[in-house]
Design a protein around this ligand. Structure first.
Ligand SMILES: [Zn+2]
Length: 221
């Protein structure tokens, strides 16, 4: 089995945790918003990540670190740059498929297809895995991204301070008719698209992604 760039990134993350090369997060606690001097390592737990290789989904096992805040005593999970809280697929694939859907006149079914076949799971140890990438998966991802309004607003504010002439403030993000039946869904898709674009600009300007690094209450996203 060929190791892909995404798999290498995940492997490096796993190796750094196994070798104990992990630093406590900086900044305020996502639970109580206080800023302790440092966080205590609470536990490392196993987590499977999915990513797309060619026309198949591959699953790899990695680790996530849970930290404890000494001020409130609560714990939270820190997510590496390739992962999003509550999402099983890596961020790169979420971005890729969502952008493909938004930029092209494609259905969800076509978005989860490769060479006219639906993307399926890779065989493991000679065993056939019947599971397939469902068209409802990118549909849900776009709903999730589109609802991150606070993240989008904060990111756009920061981009505006550093790059007020950025194209993102002029771009219209037109959605193909037929991709929505309600105005609500259209706005959700536009926000999702804007967020994906804002993330690229943000990474270019500030060297980091705008997505949440910690598992926080869904209502705060
Ligand atoms: Zn706390």
């Amino acid at each position: 089995m060929k190791v892909t760039p995404v798999e290498e990134i995940i492997q490096r993350h796993t190796d750094s945790i196994i070798s104990g090369n992990i630093k406590p997060p900086q900044g305020s606690c996502p639970k109580c918003f206080e800023t302790p001097n440092t966080y205590k390592l609470h536990e490392c737990r196993k987590r499977k990540f999915r990513f797309i290789v060619g026309c198949f989904v591959r699953i790899v096992l990695s680790l996530l670190v849970r930290w404890e805040c000494p001020i409130c005593g609560r714990t939270f999970t820190e997510y590496p740059a390739f992962a999003l809280p509550y999402k099983r697929y890596v961020l790169m694939d979420i971005e890729l498929l969502c952008e493909d859907y938004l930029e092209n006149e494609k259905s969800y079914q076509e978005t989860v297809s490769c060479e006219d076949e639906v993307i399926g799971y890779e065989e493991k140890a000679g065993k056939v895995d019947e599971r397939q990438l469902s068209p409802s998966t990118p549909w849900r991802w776009l709903g999730f991204l589109g609802s991150m309004k606070n993240t989008l607003t904060e990111a756009l504010n920061l981009i505006r301070q550093k790059a007020p002439d950025s194209y993102i403030f002029r771009e219209l993000f037109p959605i193909f008719p037929g991709k929505y039946r309600t105005l609500k869904r259209k706005l959700l898709l536009q926000n999702a698209w804007k967020l994906l674009q804002a993330n690229q600009i943000f990474q270019h300007l500030f060297g980091e992604k705008i997505f949440p690094r910690y598992e926080i209450a869904r209502t705060r996203i």
